[in-house]
Design a protein around this ligand. Sequence first.
Ligand code: CP
Length: 313
Amino acid sequence: MKHYTSIHDIDNINYWIEEAKALKTNPLKHITLGKHKTLGLLFFNSSLRTRLSTQKAALNLGMDPIVMNVSGDAWGIEFGDGTVMNGNTAEHIKEAAAVVSQYCDIIAVRAFPTLADKIKDESEEVLKSFVKYASVPIVNMESATGHPLQGLTDAITISEHAKTARPKVVLSWAPHIKALPHAVANSFTQVMQRMEVDFVIANPEGYNLNPEITGDTPIIHNQHEAFKDADFVYVKNWSSYDNYGKVINTDSRWMITKEKLGQAKFMHCLPVRRNVIVDDAVLDSNSSLVIQQANNRTYAAQLVLKKLLENIK
Ligand code: CP
């Protein structure tokens, strides 16, 4: 594996899950693998879990992580080819990516979508520019359309907590006041499609995800019907894909309650707005796996970094 930019970079999800579980039982087993290697983490957007868990993963492998908040702290980066740079951008990605490659053996990038320009977002301009102009492996820490470190984490967590060989997993939209990206829902869908699970998506009319990603996955517009016999309910808000980036419905009847959840386990990538997305009673109960998910972020990232390090050694 040269880069980790999407769920498609996982060659065998079952092997990866088992490898991640093994790392979790002995996190420091490969402490010398990353010795004298540097991980650069570049954040164009805010983060708590990704920022800390990816550094923790690097430290567990003996790597030295260095972190930069690009928006605000770095020079404004230009991504356009042939642009006359007489506006707000001071440095071109061609130089920026090449320069960061002089200091880092692996570069991890977080760059959210505009949610205003679908074509630009789907072009994955920032992530793909780093892949193109950096000379070292690139890790996607959440891009315009995908969050593959989170998707891998969620697959590990479901595997750990599944009580049947083929659990039922529901990805459910829930209300939110702001327009949010599709990245987490996209990567979760892509990874569930590759696992031994019965997977359905529940969302209101007008909130179907990109059909190129959902493919044959059943989409149900009745949340109660979708939740029937569910083992895992993975909850996330996303803005409209068809009416791109718009909030067209904040129907509080889609909020997750204990009654709706039944015996299912509750999952969410965090951060989550209490009593908007989900009732306090769910988050504060044993039904919630959100902290276990957050813990697994370290081992998902560690597995990815380990595979990249093995490839560049
Ligand atoms: N789930 C997740 O990516 O969290 P952060 O945005 O805090 O990194």
